[in-house]
Design a protein around this ligand. Structure first.
Ligand code: URA
Length: 437
């Protein structure tokens, strides 16, 4: 039973805020209480905002972060997949432009004998959400009961669905508060937010795709590596076999950013084609997930090439009411962006393309906004390509042509063309692999 008077409370919110403000470490009792009391509404939003800011400025040590994560998990339910006939592995990406990897990855890993319980979200801002992409498929539904999810995992091996409101409710409340108080960027808060949901979800193994570059949350490698190490430690301490890859997000992944456009590209990858960077990252993450789940005896590249992953994709989409053969929505209007000069495309900025896709209607500015399934940006050239002045570099797609102008503004300095013979900066897709220890 919650109490709204402070006289029955074990701690005082102001004391907890002062402690972190004065760079003290919070005790286990203070952390358990503040998360629980915030979830109950006893700690007010303004008090939690002040504490979040103190954490952003003064940090938390490993034990504090682990306790904070555990307290957020304890605020809700925990799922349990131990009754399934095969091991489980999940992937979490910190979000990027054109990051459709979950779509081919989940069926690919399932085709190799490891079940994938992928709880996903909708997009906010310039990075798209996996559920928004899949909702471009006619009939597909994101909301499943726990029983439906379990059945699909047993029968199909892969499920991508909306996280129920019961998982880490403290995080839901805190994340919304951080969003409006300039406290999203605190590494202890990001790591505990992501890992509380993944640990509560009950996966046996977890691979983190931590993006680095202009289109990512983390713009530099050092901060991305710190976030990755913090999350790997949290997962490992909670008994989840956890590995992280730092991957490049300076340029968009693949040739599309936008919901239906990305589904189409994912299906191309499942059919054995698709852009080489999407294939490379999908296979690299699949290998990590399989290894973390104890399956080093299978090669996911084979399951992609021989159509097994496509078979699982079709069953996964049908199981959630979608028609894998349906024609995907197409935007009503298109416009091309032309190359301004002859030469080599040496830079194609991920953030600019992400913002353009968002402004065309592929993403939302507020949680309540409706996304356009067909909107987005299609790229005709990637860094390294030789281009000629006047040739199309991109096609912009939208149902609402008044959006073209703002999308073009976002793209104004997205592209750098250098004289023939120039080479773009070499950027491997996988920058670093981070494991526990
Ligand atoms: N994603 C989350 O779920 N939480 C964060 O804090 C940041 C990204």
């Amino acid at each position: 039973m919650s109490t709204s008077t402070t006289e029955h409370e074990r701690f005082d919110a102001v004391d907890v805020i002062r402690a972190k403000r004065d760079r003290e470490r919070l005790s286990d009792g203070q952390i358990d209480w503040v998360i629980d009391a915030y979830t109950r509404g006893v700690v007010a939003d303004e008090q939690m905002s002040a504490l979040a800011m103190a954490i952003l400025l003064n940090g938390m040590d490993r034990a504090e972060i682990a306790r904070w994560t555990a307290a957020m998990i304890a605020s809700g339910e925990r799922m349990d997949f131990s009754g399934l006939s095969r091991p489980t592995a999940d992937k979490h990406s910190t979000g990027g432009v054109g990051d459709k990897i979950t779509l081919p990855l989940a069926p690919l890993v399932a085709a190799c004998g490891v079940a994938v319980p992928q709880l996903s979200g909708r997009g906010l801002g310039h990075t798209g959400g996996t559920l928004d992409k899949l909702e471009a498929i006619p009939g597909w539904r994101a909301a499943l009961t726990n029983e439906e999810m379990m059945r699909q995992l047993e029968e199909v091996g892969a499920v991508i669905c909306q996280a129920g409101s019961g998982l880490a409710p403290a995080d839901r409340k805190l994340y919304a508060l951080r969003d409006v108080t300039g406290t999203v960027e605190a590494i202890p808060l990001i790591a505990s937010s992501i890992m509380s949901k993944k640990i509560a979800e009950g996966t046996g193994a977890l691979v983190l795709d931590v993006k680095v570059g202009s289109g990512a949350f983390m713009k530099d490698v050092d901060r991305a590596a710190e976030l990755a190490r913090t999350m790997v430690a949290l997962g490992t301490d909670a008994g989840v076999r956890t590995v992280a890859l730092l991957t490049d997000m300076s340029t968009p992944l693949g040739l599309t950013a936008g919901n239906a456009l990305e589904v189409r590209e994912s299906v191309e990858v499942l059919a054995g084609g698709g852009p080489s960077d999407v294939v490379e990252l999908t296979v690299a993450l699949a290998r990590e997930m399989l290894a973390a789940a104890g399956r080093t005896d299978v090669d996911p590249a084979d399951a992609l090439a021989d159509g097994r992953a496509m078979d699982v994709w079709r069953r996964m989409i049908s199981a959630q009411g979608g028609d894998p053969d349906a024609t995907l929505p197409v935007a009503r209007e298109t416009e091309q962006v032309l190359a301004p000069a002859d030469g080599v495309l040496v830079e194609l900025d991920a953030l600019a393309v992400g913002v353009a896709a968002w402004r065309l209607g592929a993403g939302r500015a507020r949680k309540e906004d409706v996304v356009q399934a067909g909107a987005g940006v299609e790229l005709h050239a990637k860094p390294g390509a030789l281009v000629r002045a006047g040739e199309p570099l991109m096609t912009l797609h939208t149902d609402t042509p008044e959006r073209f102008e703002r999308a073009r503004e976002a793209l104004a300095s997205a592209v750098t063309i250098a004289p023939e013979g120039s080479r773009p900066t070499e950027r491997p897709i996988v920058i670093e692999r981070i494991t526990a220890g």
